[in-house]
Design a protein around this ligand. Structure first.
Ligand code: IVH
Length: 693
């Protein structure tokens, strides 16, 4: 889109504008801002910090406010819409938006290829293969270089006008140099998506506000298009891939641009015009055999992409051939979707189990009629809390759509009310603990109901499961099932009893050979020398995760030193906020907890911060945070390297952070860090260098 020379000149203009805030010329400033929007949102290669962008953007607003006659419709400031403009009028597409035929295996694809070859009268056809983006489809119309209209797909013939909302998506340019190609009007198609990262960040924000989270990025994207307030759309950080030119007219005297002979050429043209087309993702393959190979291999890549795709689209590359093949009433004969294994399925919500966790939180768990999705059988899914059930209006007996996406745990997407028969019933949330019958309580600021009975057997068992878990005391060969079993058999009633189990009885139990008993004994014994932070984490103090446990361990000598620290002192530690400080303070002022710790000390568990973690290395006193995907190192190894050299790992960006190590696809943490001048932002390679010194 931008030539090397243009990039260099725009960069030097940027620098000049940032350095001297006066004498900024409005038209050039607008060019500079457009260029940086492109670099950030389309080329995914930002050249200035968010902060610098914001400063320049504010300058543009100031200049435009002072000279309103100089405002143009494609100014970066003109994305900010007015909610009154959103009336979602129905508008006919210039060309109907057809859908694609689906295929699921090599046989379907060979069938499609055979028909296409017959239709074209050829032995072999070259195809262009690209991702099938899992979002919401849109159609855009540009006239005389400007975006004039954006619509949803609707019924394919007509959609709803959503121009104001679409203008919030920064990878969609407000103007494009169509006239350079002799094009007067152009209608294009694409997909609005939410990246996995934006989806995750958005859900975190919802969670923080105690609002129901969204089920998947597709729903998040689709639900955004018809929002009343364009500003809210802006907050969702959406993206758009444009993959199809459905219609264009030429300016008098111009010939069809040479790129518009093939589909891959049209993707290149779209890219040159400034769109995020699948230009880099696409692949032209000379025959169906190659396409099939590509499809089967690509499915594995699916989880490595920063956005969701639900398959690949295979298109006859040559436009002349596309024309020759034409369409049926539903789909083009020149394209087909290859769908990956479904990650959604419908099933029946048969019952609800209320589980009590180690902090007493009561979680409703849906028991479903077992169903296979993506190669795994699912019969039970967490429904988080009561609000989640109410928001989704889930009822016993409902048919529900469930989804299992990549590494995401299964979710209920929605119920299907139209399939209700009338015998479905409202899910009643219990008022007392399903295990100990203690009345449940809910704090005003929380969404969960809790059993606050510390003697509740479910909590005792869950606390023991947490204590032995991998990131805590790491007592291998214990396992949840054995803890439950030993508890029921009265062999294990509390944490200290882990250290005086009756192995004579255990050795006689079914499934316990000599070897497994020996392993368990050794693992329990070894856990006594675990570093202090593991013990702190294992105690299950609310809000104290592994990182916080490491931080507090590094500030004390003996665990009971924590009894003498004030809330203010605790808060002065990196990453310890008021909530965490309070929780630690109260934990160490509860006599029962102190009794437990003393008992564990008497049993020989390490209570002391040893030198192994409090090393005085070359990173001593420095705070680090890793973000994005590291290419060379495993994140946990990199963190251990920092700690082994005396550095600390923080869990979030704050002014206490010294180094942010940035991997691939870094997101909000990077953006936040850019705004704090004292943070050094370094690459993985820089980090490797740094630790060598
Ligand atoms: S081409 C006439 N290409 O999948 C050709 N569609 O059932 C129209 N989609 O409605 C579609 N990624 O919303 C095409 N790379 C891609 C796509 C894609 C996602 C969606 C689109 C369409 C549906 C087809």
């Amino acid at each position: 889109m931008y030539t090397k020379a243009e990039i260099l000149s725009l960069q030097s203009l940027t620098k000049a504008f940032i350095e001297s805030q006066h004498n900024i010329e409005l038209v050039s400033l607008r060019k500079v801002l457009k260029f940086h929007e492109y670099q950030y949102y389309v080329a995914a290669d930002p050249l200035i910090s968010d902060y610098e962008y914001d400063v320049l953007y504010q300058q543009l607003i100031n200049l435009e406010t002072a000279n309103p006659n100089l405002i143009v419709q494609d100014s970066p400031t003109q994305r900010v819409g007015n909610s009154l403009n959103n009336n979602f009028e129905t508008i006919a597409h210039l060309v109907p938006m057809l859908s694609l035929e689906n295929s699921y295996n090599a046989e379907d694809l060979n069938d499609f290829d055979r028909k296409a070859r017959e239709g074209a009268g050829l032995d072999e056809i070259a195809y262009c293969v690209e991702p099938k983006f899992d979002g919401a489809s849109i159609s855009l119309v540009y006239e005389n270089d400007f975006l004039v209209r954006a619509c949803t797909r609707g019924d394919g013939v007509a959609g709803e006008e959503i121009t104001q909302n679409i203008k919030q998506i920064r990878s969609i340019p407000l103007s494009i140099p169509l006239s350079q190609y002799g094009i007067q009007q152009m209608e294009i198609r694409g997909e609005v998506i939410m990246s996995k990262k934006s989806f995750h960040d958005f859900n975190e924000k919802l969670k923080a506000k105690q609002l129901a989270t969204l089920a998947n990025p597709r729903n998040a994207a689709a639900g955004s298009l018809r929002m009343k307030d364009p500003k809210e759309v802006g907050e969702r950080n959406l993206d758009a891939f444009i993959y199809h030119i459905s219609y264009y007219t030429l300016t008098n005297g111009y010939a069809t641009p040479s790129l518009l002979k093939t589909h891959s050429g049209s993707l290149e043209l779209l890219w040159n015009l400034g769109f995020r087309s699948p230009q880099k993702e696409k692949k032209v393959i000379t025959n169906m055999e190659g396409v099939i190979n590509f499809c089967t291999h690509f499915e594995i890549e699916r989880d490595n992409l920063p956005y969701e795709i639900d398959g690949l689209v295979i298109k006859v590359n040559d436009f002349f051939l596309q024309e020759k093949l034409g369409m049926t009433s539903h789909h083009p004969r020149w394209a087909i979707a290859y769908k990956f294994k479904a990650r959604q399925a419908t099933t029946v919500l048969e019952s609800v189990e209320f589980q009590v966790g180690r902090t007493g939180a009561v979680t409703p768990v849906a028991k479903l009629k077992a169903v296979a999705i993506g190669g795994v059988t699912v019969s039970s899914i967490s429904m988080h809390n009561e609000e989640y059930i109410r928001e989704k209006d889930l009822r016993l007996g409902d048919t529900v759509i469930i989804e299992r996406a990549g590494d995401v745990i299964p979710q209920i997407v929605q119920s299907i009310p139209t399939l209700r028969k009338g015998n479905e019933s409202i899910i009643q949330f219990p008022t007392t603990c399903p295990i100990c019958d203690y009345p449940l309580e809910k704090e005003e600021t929380e969404a969960v109901w809790r059993c606050n009975n510390p003697e509740c057997s479910a909590q005792i068992v869950e606390r023991m499961i947490h204590f032995v878990s991998k990131d805590a005391m790491d007592i291998k060969s214990f396992g949840d099932a054995n803890i439950r079993k030993f508890y029921e058999m009265d062999l294990l009633k509390n944490i200290p009893q882990i250290y005086h189990l009756n192995f004579e009885v255990i050795a006689k139990l079914e499934g316990f050979g000599k070897k497994s008993v020996d392993n368990l004994m050794a693992a329990i014994e070894n856990s006594k020398t675990q570093p202090l932070y593991r013990l702190i984490y294992a105690l299950g103090i609310r809000f104290v995760g592994e990182t916080t446990a490491k931080t507090i361990a590094s500030h004390i000598h003996h665990i009971l030193d924590l009894q003498n620290l004030t809330i203010e002192q605790l808060q002065s530690y990196e990453d310890v906020g008021i909530k965490v400080a309070n929780s630690i303070y109260y934990y160490f002022h509860e006599p029962k907890n102190i009794e437990l710790i003393k008992e564990l000390e008497a049993l020989g568990l390490n209570m002391i911060q040893t030198n192994a973690t409090a090393v005085d290395g070359n990173l001593s006193g420095l705070n680090f945070l890793f973000t994005g995907t590291l290419m060379q190192l495993k994140r946990s190894d990199a963190e251990t390297m920092v700690e082994a050299r005396g550095g600390h790992i923080l869990s979030g960006v704050s002014s206490k952070l010294n180094y942010l190590v940035v991997g691939e696809d870094a997101g909000s943490k990077l953006e936040k860090a850019k705004k704090i001048a004292s943070i050094k932002i370094i690459t993985e390679a820089d980090f490797v260098e740094l630790i060598k010194n």
